[in-house]
Write a protein that binds this ligand. Sequence first.
Ligand code: UGA
Length: 442
Amino acid sequence: ATSRPLRIAVIGTNYLGANTAAGMAEFGFDVVGVEIDEHRLKLLNDGKAPLYEPGLDPLLKKHVDSGRLRFTKDYTEIGDWADVHFICVGTPSSEGSDAADLTQVNSVVSMLAPLLTKPTLVVGRSTVPVGTSKVVEARFHAEAPAGTSIEIAWQPEFLREAHGVDDTLHPDRLVFGVQSAEAETRLREVFATPISEGTPVVVCNLPTAELVKGGANAFLATKISFINALAEMADATGADVTQLADALGYDKRIGRGMLNAGPGYGGGCLPKDLRAFMHRAGELGVEEVITLLREVDDINRRRRAGLVDLTHEVLGGVWIGKNVTVLGAAFKAGTDDVRDSPALDVAGRISLHGATVTVYDPEAMENARKVRPTLRYASTAAEACVGAHAILHLTEWPEFRELDPAALRGAVETPVVIDARLLLDAAKWRAAGWTYRAPGKP
Ligand code: UGA
């Protein structure tokens, strides 16, 4: 045991890395984050996250100011300095394939391994296909100076965007994929704070730890597609899927989380992780997993297509000359992230059909413009609704629930609203003279 605080290196400072670095400083350790992009590096060293995440900037600022946290682009500053190295880089989809692209993970190994000359624990947090940690280990041993003892552990994270700080400081559980008692002891030291608060720890082997992450996201996606399939049953019978979800959710074995019906899951994680998981199952010859999850993915795709069809229906079967307002561009509320966003996907498809689409989002306008430059963008929700033949509520920002349907009534061409998130006050909209449609609700 050392008397000085543990020294933690966090490699990669995107969503996961920025939260991890700030969280480790909050736990009381000396932290150095590695970021190779100059612009992002400057932001981080000013205590600013290079992304929108509630609560993250203050935590970064606090620890950049306290001197416990700093960022560098120079791997030589972390090599033998750190007691533990966390790998937090992204694993996007490969070009033209569902397989995870491990380029960034591999380049971390190539940069770090030659600098390690004393025994080191390297902990992977990135979401990877099961089996990756063993490959990473082999590469470290091949690329590190002969005789250095490097141990690999895997410690998956389960952060949700918009709740990243809380999920980092107070995780539901900790999973330690380790190969030795020393690695477990070290990880218990790193996570002493949440462990002392009662966070359960699962200590397991490497493939188990890798599978937990993919398995968790596949299960969450399955829950969402399950409730979305029930939304179709509700539509066919006059049932209300929200009440159905509430009633199912009270069963402790089921739980209410991830049972909000809507436009389906999007974002930078669930869709790509599910496909990468299926891809890996295919490589391993586990057909059951592919068969099960392919339908989960298909249901999810059909949600978006269904919303486009419903829009066509409420527009009287005509696209040309119609104005459609899309409320929301982020893949969910609380973030400016538009990766695989159902809202932007639906907006883009409607626009391709020939309708004029105007989008408004409180945080994601800049990112939305980058990926969908041909859509129109308004500076307020009310402005986006002017002249609309149909309004689509696609991202669940609280401010959309505050819209006054009576006031909006005069601004639109046709008072039709499609509440894909099932969160607007149906009675209020109908009382103000609107046609209110919500898939899954009578
Ligand atoms: C997800 C997981 O929830 C995290 O545990 C995981 O760590 C993360 O992916 C990751 O792999 O990094 P996130 O992508 O931030 O987190 O978003 P979620 O809050 O899970 O939502 C995912 C999508 O499902 C969103 O499009 C959301 O609108 C949708 N959703 C969520 C529903 O349609 N219904 C629900 O009931 C819940």
